[in-house]
Write a protein that binds this ligand. Structure first.
Ligand code: SF4
Length: 715
């Protein structure tokens, strides 16, 4: 019944880290303007033609009339109001400008701050929704042009603690095995993740695995949809991850379930002993009153995991977004290593990455402490090498370590950061304790925002640069499985919107950074390959993935050393990329959230996402089908909690923390714990992050957005 397609273009879904390959069907409308008429799943490595509702129906945000189509400059004398991030009339705040004027104003403001206060007064946030090439050029611009390592992106708010623990423990922050390996596993421990909602096509592979007999141990404070098919459900109390995981480790020692070969060849004996001593007193029987899971279930889960032919651990932000997120992952690494469940298909460690390119953006160096390919900026000779590669004068790169996302916002609030360049991120919605983040952004002397919509962050900008949506450009993205994929331009950008690569390079020119190549300002392929090749020169992990190869094959997994190699789906087969090839195991102390419930704030707030809306909603709330499916902010709570509060499902609840209050319609969810509520953070009108806590994990510097104390009342 579908109308014949005028043409088709192959690309990749712009939403989650599963990285589903898709085909855009492009048709002209009555006026001859091209638009995406429909999207089909392609036979990609990660999805084999499957798509979820976001990938299949969430595409018309690109044609939304609210798109930015012309550069904007804040009108003289119009103050920035952190309480007004939804502008009723943007023309009262901004005036239209030419690209020349906007770029000169944008770069000039940053240049002035650099000259007066030095690079340490500047910072940049890049985007995990942009391409690898954009991430690479953006971090280079901040380091070489703004002269600071204050560059970061939303990985800091999602898996920074996972990456910190994995780099420390096994020498690599990426996954050891792809999601699809669940089909080869005998046992899967899925903890702190709700893939049906957040990684739906990955969840479909998990359901296939369950149907084939893979035993899933589903560990989460919330009884989610996959629980219906799981072999075992461990519904632990929110924030007691370490009680549960240490108790499982206790069973491994207590019941002698250690894998002798793995312990002998892959671990250090003194570290194994330190973990053994640490968990000796943390038996399932001792931890049952803490985490709420029957000791017999903990023992059964640990036994099944340790003794199966192949066990795999996948986790999400329920594990990572805690002040003890790094310790949570240290415990997962110990569980995997001590039981020898790594280095084979159907085993290993897999943090389910959130954004479509959060893996690639991190690989490309869009994090303060690492150059591309995780070369530490403070390592001996690293600065000199980067200066040499980028043809910069010796000493141009700052020798000061950079700050992370939340640290940058704190520094802005203190007046230490005076200017920022934000490309495709929306910290005025995504940061914890967002009222403070909005104050910090509003207080900047100069804020440049590059985006496709006038987001809550852009509303506080001095200059707004209209950029391209993913279907409007060519570039590469890297999914949660380490799969580098090519997406091709399907549409021209609207109005005067310009390719992000072009904008970054034009900003760079004005800040003294030479362009890598002449790129197409309208998002076409010209110049993208040259930027990719420049990035590849700094990244041995993708040495075998040339631009030409991507043109031919479309998708290649890294690490890949040579062009004639397929790339390694499973890594750590015999050794880890650490100095001695062995893992580093650390005990994970039993610790808890920064802010626990008390008499004044007796309930728990858990934040996250829902199926139809993605992160801060900038794209999905502008996609007509998705917005129609979920038009309203809701708070989910157990029916018994709603009954206690005297609130019927659908009635409005006031949720208040020490940092703010919001009101939302209630939704009864019998899977919720009875002392907690869940709120997705996509809705500006009831922004969950007005309530969350900015306390940080000391290693990963991730904020504890997964847990804070709230009080609830009928509105
Ligand atoms: Fe897109 Fe993720 Fe859905 Fe696949 S599972 S279609 S990548 S949102």
């Amino acid at each position: 019944w579908a109308k014949p397609s005028a043409r088709t273009v192959d690309s990749v879904c712009p939403y989650c880290g599963v990285g589903c390959a898709l085909t855009y069907h492009i048709q002209p409308d009555a006026q001859g303007r091209e638009h995406i008429a429909r999207v089909d799943g392609r036979d990609g490595v990660a999805n084999h033609e499957r798509l979820c509702v976001k990938g299949r129906f969430g595409f018309d945000y690109v044609a939304n009339p609210a798109r930015l189509t012309v550069p904007l400059i804040r009108r003289e004398g119009v103050a920035k109001d952190p309480e007004q991030v939804k502008l009723a009339d943007w023309r009262a705040v901004f005036r239209e400008a030419t690209w020349d004027e906007a770029l000169e104003r944008a770069a000039g403001g940053l240049r002035n701050i650099r000259e007066q206060h030095g690079g340490r007064a500047l910072a940049g946030f890049g985007s995990a929704k942009g391409s690898n090439e954009e991430a690479y050029l953006f971090q280079k611009l901040v380091r070489a042009g703004l002269r600071t390592h204050n560059v970061d992106h939303c990985t800091r708010l999602c898996h920074a603690s996972s990456v910190a623990a994995l780099l420390e423990g096994i020498g690599s922050g990426a996954v050891s095995n792809p999601v699809m390996d669940v089909l080869q596993a005998d046992v899967v421990l899925l903890i702190g993740a709700n893939p049906t909602v957040n990684h739906p096509v990955a969840a479909s592979w998990m359901k296939n695995a369950m149907a084939r007999g893979t035993r899933f141990i589903l560990a989460d404070p919330r009884r989610t949809e996959l629980a219906r098919k799981a072999w075992m459900t461990l519904q632990f109390r929110a924030d007691t991850d370490l009680a549960l995981l240490n108790a499982m480790l206790h069973v491994v020692f207590d019941e002698d379930l250690l894998d002798a070969e793995s312990v002998r060849d892959r671990c250090h004996p003194d570290e194994v002993e330190a973990v053994r001593k640490h968990v000796a007193g943390l038996s399932p029987e001792a931890m049952e009153p803490v985490c709420g899971v029957p000791a017999a279930d903990i023992r059964a889960a640990a036994r099944a995991f340790a003794t199966s032919k192949g066990s795999m651990i996948l986790w999400g932000m329920g594990i990572s977004q805690h002040v003890h997120g790094t310790d949570n992952v240290r415990a997962l690494i110990a569980l995997c290593l001590l039981t020898g469940q790594i280095g084979r298909p159907g085993t290993g460690l897999h943090p389910l990455r959130g954004q479509n390119n959060v893996q690639g953006a991190s690989d490309a160096g869009l994090i303060p402490m690492m150059f591309p390919d995780y070369v530490r900026t403070q390592a001996d000779g690293a600065m000199d090498k980067a200066e040499h590669y980028w043809k910069l004068p010796p000493g141009q790169l700052s020798r000061e370590p950079g700050l992370t996302v939340v640290e940058i916002i704190h520094a802005a609030l203190e007046g230490k950061i005076r200017g920022m360049y934000i490309e495709g991120e929306n910290p005025a919605m995504s940061d914890p304790d967002v009222h403070h983040a909005r104050q910090a952004l509003a207080g900047l002397e100069h804020l440049v925002v590059q985006d496709i919509f006038l987001t809550e962050t852009a509303a506080l900008a001095d200059v707004v640069l209209p950029a391209t949506a993913w279907p409007e450009k060519t570039g590469t993205v890297t999914n949660t499985d380490r799969l580098v994929q090519l997406g091709r331009q399907a549409l021209k950008p609207p109005g005067q919107a310009r390719a992000d690569l072009w904008i970054i390079q034009e900003m760079g020119r004005r800040l003294g950074v030479a362009p890598v190549a002449e790129v197409d300002m309208h998002g076409g392929e010209a110049g993208v390959g040259a930027v990719f090749e420049d990035m590849r020169g700094m990244m041995p992990s993708i040495a075998g993935i040339s631009w030409d190869r991507l043109q031919r094959e479309g998708a290649v997994t890294y690490p890949c050393a040579e062009e004639d190699q397929p790339g390694q789906r499973v890594v750590f087969i015999d050794r880890f990329p650490t100095a001695d090839g062995r893992a580093k195991l650390l005990p994970a102390p039993l610790s808890f959230a920064d802010e626990r419930p008390d008499n004044a704030y007796p309930h728990v707030l858990i934040t996250g996402r829902e199926l139809e809306h993605w992160h801060t909603g900038a794209m999905t709330r502008h996609a007509s089908v998705l917005d129609a499916l979920e038009p309203q902010a809701t708070v989910s709570a157990h029916p018994s909690l709603l009954a206690k509060l005297g609130v019927a499902p659908g009635e409005v609840l006031r949720v208040e923390s020490r940092r703010g209050a919001i009101q939302l319609a209630t939704r009864a969810d019998p899977g919720m714990p009875e002392d907690a509520v869940f709120i997705p953070f996509a809705y500006a009108e009831a922004a969950a992050n007005l309530l969350t806590n900015a306390a940080l994990d000391p290693w990963g510097k991730i904020a504890e957005v997964k847990y804070c104390a709230v009080r609830l009342s009928k509105a």
